[in-house]
Design a protein around this ligand. Structure first.
Ligand code: MTE
Ligand code: MO
Length: 406
């Protein structure tokens, strides 16, 4: 047993012990949600962000078959958008469109067969640009988008690729997103491809998580990872035609490096150690550390500014050495993007675009009112929410947890 795995176990055990001993009083909700968080979030435990009326994942029986959302009836169309305008003179075209009308649309079997040759696996933190709480973290498995597009070549006059999910055949319920041609087709060395996934945590993707097939954009916020994928459309329209762009968001914002505090108790007993936990996402600019600032609220002493505050490093969950205890049965970390294919160890920690648990042990505190803040510092030494203090590029304001020691 090497030191890394025992450190991780110690970390887990300490936290479990704190919970078990009742030093940190847990609410019923917290008891149901063990702390720290499992590395992979069970599919059913993701925070769900789904539009639609009815929501596509509530369909059943005939309606599900008709919606082509059962594994047998699922089809993917790849078509060219006829769009032209004053400035866009020529429409995009595809050498070989795949359509339902002519029976060439891709089915799940054909997609998985493509995956036999070009499989990708990737651990991603799902985070909504508009919600200040991670939704969950999954191991997604599928085939790069570029391999699907290569079935349809040649592509002419194509500047963007857009893709949409099932939307009850109601234009008002459409949820779509897009990538530039280059983003879809070229993956730089050590980078991650956009892909079509049919497995989450080693199992078929549940309807709620967007199965049978979901797009996963590793570097992006959740709105780019379209659920219930049904159509890819190539276009000569140069505008980022994402549903989220219409809602005053930056449609090209990448996942933001940010720490989030777990909702926990606001009452601690005097003389008992106080531990605060949370999760941190390693976004576009990576993660250097998580810092915490404990402040005793005292009317006689003014509160320092966030800049001058005594921020101190928090503890980060360490990588397990034995990834087989974390990954689904039969999946080796050597075959997961972001890991060294030789050693099976993560190339960075946290893995790019993934999240881990952090914790701050505050010791025994004097009775009083307290505020605890946490922030992530990225590899450019920017402290959260910098360099993105504006929420339209990802909600990541510094969070505060208020509690009383009595
Ligand atoms: N088809 C479709 N895909 C979708 C959505 C949707 O409403 N419809 N919501 C998006 C948004 S805004 C987010 S944040 C993520 C949430 O993924 P989750 O529900 O699996 O956590 O899915 C994205 N994909
Ligand atoms: Mo979202």
């Amino acid at each position: 047993m090497n030191s890394e795995s025992s450190t991780r176990r110690d970390f887990l055990q300490t936290t479990a012990a704190i919970a078990a001993s009742g030093l940190v009083p847990l609410t019923a909700a917290e008891e149901a949600k063990p702390i720290p968080h499992p590395f992979l979030t069970p599919a059913a435990d993701f925070y769900d962000v789904s539009r639609g009326n009815p929501k596509p994942h509530t369909l059943a029986g005939e309606a599900l078959v008709k919606a082509r959302l059962s594994p047998e009836t699922w089809r993917l169309e790849v078509v060219a958008d006829p769009f032209t305008s004053e400035v866009v003179k020529e429409p995009a075209s595809l050498g070989k469109p795949l359509t339902i009308a002519d029976g060439t649309a891709l089915d799940l079997k054909a997609l998985m067969a493509l995956g036999e040759k070009h499989r990708v696996r990737f651990v991603k933190a799902m985070q909504c640009l508009n919600i200040a709480e991670p939704l969950g973290q999954g191991l997604w498995e599928g085939v790069p988008l570029r391999e699907v597009l290569r079935l349809c070549g040649p592509l002419t006059n194509v500047r963007r690729i857009y893709y949409r999910g099932f939307h009850n055949d109601d234009p008002a319920q459409l949820f779509r997103s897009s990538l530039s041609y280059t983003e879809a087709m070229e993956t730089p060395p050590g980078e991650l491809p956009a892909f079509l996934a049919w497995k989450l945590n080693g199992e078929a993707i549940s309807l709620e998580r967007g199965g049978p097939v979901r797009i996963i954009i590793p570097w992006a916020h959740g709105f780019k990872s379209i659920k219930w994928l049904q159509q890819i459309s190539v276009t000569n329209d140069y505008r980022a035609n994402d549903t989220y762009a219409e809602k005053n968001n930056d449609p090209d914002s990448h996942l933001k490096t940010a720490a989030y505090i777990d909702p926990g108790t606001d009452q601690f007993k005097t003389g008992r150690p106080v531990t605060i936990t949370g999760r941190v996402i390693s976004g576009l600019s990576g993660l250097r550390r998580v810092e915490g600032w404990l402040h005793r609220v005292d009317p006689a002493t003014p509160q320092p500014s966030e800049e001058k505050a005594p921020w101190t490093p928090c503890d980060l969950e360490v990588p397990p050495t034995d990834w087989s205890t974390v990954l689904p049965a039969g999946v080796s970390s050597r075959d997961v993007l972001g890991f060294d294919p030789e050693s099976g160890r993560p190339l960075t920690w946290p893995l790019r675009y993934s999240m881990i648990t952090w914790s701050a042990t505050l010791g025994k505190l004097k009775p009083g009112q307290y505020e605890f803040r946490a922030r992530a510092v990225d590899l450019n030494d920017y402290a959260q929410p910098e360099p993105r203090p504006v929420p339209k590029t990802g909600k990541n304001a510094v969070e505060v947890h208020r509690f009383e020691v009595a």
